[in-house]
Design a protein around this ligand. Sequence first.
Ligand SMILES: Cc1cc2nc3c(=O)[nH]c(=O)nc-3n(C[C@H](O)[C@H](O)[C@H](O)COP(=O)(O)OP(=O)(O)OC[C@H]3O[C@@H](n4cnc5c(N)ncnc54)[C@H](O)[C@@H]3O)c2cc1C
Length: 220
Amino acid sequence: MKVTLIRYTPEPEYTVALAAKTCHTRTVEDAMKLSEEEVRKIISIVLKSGHFSVLEHANFTFAIEDVSRVLTHQLVRHRIASYSQQSQRYVKLEDFPFVIPPEIEKNPEAKQIFIECARKCMEAYNGLIEAGLTIEDARYILPSATKTNIIVTMNARELHHFFALRCCERSQWEIRELARAMLGEVKKVAPNIFVDAGPECARSNCPEGDFSCLKEGEQK
Ligand SMILES: Cc1cc2nc3c(=O)[nH]c(=O)nc-3n(C[C@H](O)[C@H](O)[C@H](O)COP(=O)(O)OP(=O)(O)OC[C@H]3O[C@@H](n4cnc5c(N)ncnc54)[C@H](O)[C@@H]3O)c2cc1C
């Protein structure tokens, strides 16, 4: 998996603070006069008060490479975002384009089963194309482990929500790895906006009930 923050709203924290300050200032010109300290303070108030709509003014675009279609199927369930994914109709897959889950990787017997099956899928895929099928029809034989690339843009409000759900231990390992990598990237460029971002239990009680990864008595 490779995760790159390729573009983001210039000065995302200033932009969010300006949006918030505009609500309480007579002119935009006045609102634009913001010191770094004021930006920090306003963002802290926004996060504490729950006036999250101003976070929507800061957008972040990620390139996500070499992840499985399992992951992207889960990712695109997050609706307040924009996506562009490598097309299996137009891009012919080569070699061994599959993600092997770590639990399978470390179990020799399971790994052998996985690799044999994945190779057979590729043989069938290539065989169908040689038999005259289009790659858009041949792809129906490909498993969910098939690698893909996707560009995703989310605003800071949606990212907070995404991190709360997908940095959580209850999330599957691959999308959790992605969410944690994305959080690491945005923290570098907007540390105040994402200061408390992460699984819900980092801020309050775990919402997972019986499925919680925390033992009774450990909840914050
Ligand atoms: C651990 C885990 C297990 C999961 N298991 C399953 C599963 O077994 N089966 C399954 O189908 N899915 C499953 N999901 C996916 C889950 O149901 C959500 O589809 C996904 O997490 C996106 O969350 P969301 O809808 O809150 O986010 P988004 O789509 O990003 O939306 C963000 C927020 O916007 C608001 N919103 C967006 N669209 C609407 C709307 N149409 N109407 C009203 N409000 C809206 C809501 O407040 C929502 O929380 C799982 C997710 C997790 C994290």
